[in-house]
Design a binder for this molecule. Sequence first.
Ligand code: SAH
Length: 439
Amino acid sequence: MRKTYHIWTIGCQMNVADSRHLASQLESLGLSEAASVDEAGVVVLNTCVVRQQPEDKARNRLQSLKPLKKQNPEIVIALMGCMVGEREAETLPDEYPFVDFFLEPSKPDQLVEFLRSQCGDKVLPAMDELQDYHLPDSEENAVCAFVPITLGCSHVCSYCVIPYRRGPDRSRAPEVILREVGALAAQGVREVTLLGQIVDRYGMELEGWNLARLLHEVCRIDGLLRVRFMTSHPAYMDDELIQAVADEPKLCPYFELPFQAGSNRILKEMRRGYTREEYIQTVGNIRAKVPEAGINTDIIVGYPTESEEDFMETFRLLEELRLDVAHIAKYSPRPRTLSARQDDDVPPEEKERRRVLLDELARSILTEKNKKLEGETVTVLVEGFQQKTGRWRGRTAQGNLVFAEAAGTEDLAGRLLPVRISWAGPYSMIGDVDESKRI
Ligand code: SAH
């Protein structure tokens, strides 16, 4: 077996974290990242099935590996992520006989165990799903890292497949998380994003712990400059958590707070557990305590029975709240979910019309907000250098993407720098490092 690996990842940040975690384990077994999939001894597809489209992509990609395996039966192929729920792990092998391993989300153990036996029994840390995540050596200079803190989800929104693929929600132990973030900071990581499907439910089953307390502790860790958390559920976004963001200088004023729909009838059908009015109230609470907050949202259009009036309520909610980034998805029926039993009755062209209308609104809100930053100086955590443009790339605390020019040849990755914005578009900004304000 060639001692090289290739991991293909699609989907959410949790998948990105799982892939990095697996890569770090493979590297500790002596494997290195292959230059391309054709040169890899181990090929892993980390998949997403939250909508039909990413699932189709993953299945196409998987099919493309069939000839590779035929050509070289020694190649180890593993399918990982949300395509592989507990139930699917039983049926998928018949469908894809050329795949060697089917790994449930966040559980790469079987593959790692096998490779360990192939690689002369190297000693690896104990394996369970709550073990430490590390960055692979191939990402030695990473400035940002994701750290899962809750796995799975128990909310069971009517449309969502995640609980069926990732299982019920469970919080990782705070001491494991703190040790892991400490190790990442010692490795040079400057920003961590704590992850969970409903991250603000963290600690529900742990005596004396909640997300606010965990965030305060994480902010104490030396070397870290910034901390974020995502995705929040409006029903759990309490004053203590908002206050923590207001109080902790390292905690970014950044919220991922999906509302999904603006109509109370649809919200109820979706089983989201809050009303339009409660969502507005929560955004109000955030803005009262953290006026500079960037608030992003997810929205689904074309949910079964969504009328034009329902949709307009969604449109008006975004218009009224002027949230920052809106990720808009067209409803897609998913296996075993409650809503999949209903007729998917909003025609595709109507879903697309609604998506475009919302997208245009979101774009105009962002353009207007960002334009106000032209001429202003913002603080950017530099993540890397973009060869193509010769600019440094980084983000503001609110999550805005910034490209900055700087004099000199100093490596600025991992530094917090003042950048004076000269041009701002909806999705990125350009500026110059403001030498007069550099500390
Ligand atoms: N746990 C998070 C994110 C879940 S998945 C939450 O509670 O919001 C990310 C996004 O995908 C969701 O916020 C939703 O907007 C979208 N999504 C989930 N299921 C979907 C479906 N069946 N069809 C279309 N979009 C969906």
